[in-house]
Design a protein around this ligand. Structure first.
Ligand SMILES: Nc1ncnc2c1ncn2[C@@H]1O[C@H](COP(=O)(O)OP(=O)(O)O)[C@@H](O)[C@H]1O
Ligand SMILES: [Mg+2]
Length: 279
């Protein structure tokens, strides 16, 4: 078996506040190999985003937040890394795209200057930064990239901002892309275009993807494996075909029951009754 590019063992994340202790993630395990995609599904608040952020320790410091367990990226112990090493890994080796472009795009700088910043930081050997930016924007389907680099984020539509964010994440050719609900805010056509783009990059570069989504259509067509999170735990994990066709955990079954099968019409949306779940 190939050594995984990313390996997470017994990851625990806890938030401490005056109100008390919130055990947001309670000991999860997963691996991702190069070129593969792991989808993470689960209801809001189940710990998907904080797990993704913990991979490069992008969370508040103790005592507000405590992270325990092991994260290994390419054999390196992320939990033991210095802040300087982590800054190198973030963006260059493990890049993030979030649902909201405003989290990643700064309103007061042109998109060109923001992408340039990432290139200068992570790829200082690149001489023609401008050409590299234009190429990166081209690749995410932004036409007239030469003109667009002078735009500020607010001058672009939501879909375009999302593409810029993806261009920025991909410009340094990361080995792992963490995509946290990357298309949730977008309409279906743009959603499909962006997933096609990610698929193309994955095939061309062998990038691994950790994809957080609530769209089972995307899980089915795009991911190799899926992990189902429920209240801070991974309750089920396995190859997509297997989990979707034979879900074993009642929560996975309940999640899948919420989506209409192809061609089947639903009278109303099913809601999940947590109290009836035997967990
Ligand atoms: N910065 C933070 N400070 C305190 N609690 C947080 C913070 N971020 C997330 N949490 C808590 O961690 C839990 C998991 O959140 P999150 O990972 O965002 O869920 P998901 O992405 O699955 O919707 C929630 O209970 C949330 O309130
Ligand atoms: Mg989230």
């Amino acid at each position: 078996m190939e050594t995984p590019l990313l390996s997470v063992k017994d990851l625990r994340i806890q938030f401490n506040s005056r109100e008390g202790v919130n055990e947001a993630v309670k000991g999860i395990n997963f691996d991702i190999e190069a070129g593969k995609t792991l989808a993470v599904v689960g209801e809001s608040g189940s710990g998907k985003s904080v797990s993704a952020m913990a991979l490069t320790r992008l969370l508040p410091k103790p005592p507000i937040c405590e992270i325990n367990g092991q994260v290994h990226y390419d054999g390196q112990d992320v939990m033991a890394m210095s802040s300087a090493d982590l800054r190198h890994i973030r963006g260059k080796e493990i890049a993030y795209i979030f649902q909201e472009p405003s989290v990643s795009l700064n309103p007061v700088f042109t998109i060109g200057s923001q992408i340039a910043e990432a290139i200068k930081l992570h790829m200082p050997h690149i001489k023609d930064v401008n050409a590299h930016i234009i190429d990166a924007l081209d690749k995410v389907g932004i036409r007239d990239a030469e003109k667009r680099i002078k735009d500020y984020p607010h001058q672009l539509s939501g879909g375009m901002q999302q593409r810029v964010m993806i261009a920025m994440a991909l410009v340094c050719e990361p080995r792992i892309l963490v995509a946290d609900e990357p298309t949730t805010a977008l309409d279906v056509t743009i959603q499909a275009q962006i997933m096609d783009l990610l698929r193309e990059v994955r095939e061309r570069t062998g990038m691994a993807i950790l994809l957080i989504t609530h769209n089972f259509g995307i899980v089915n067509h795009f991911a190799d494996d899926v992990a189902v999170m429920f209240r801070g735990e991974i309750v089920e994990r396995g190859p997509v075909d297997q989990v979707l066709s034979k879900p074993e955990h009642p929560y996975t079954q309940a999640l899948l029951d919420c989506i209409p099968r192809l061609g089947e019409k639903r009278e109303r949306l099913t809601t999940i009754d947590h109290d009836k779940l035997a967990v």
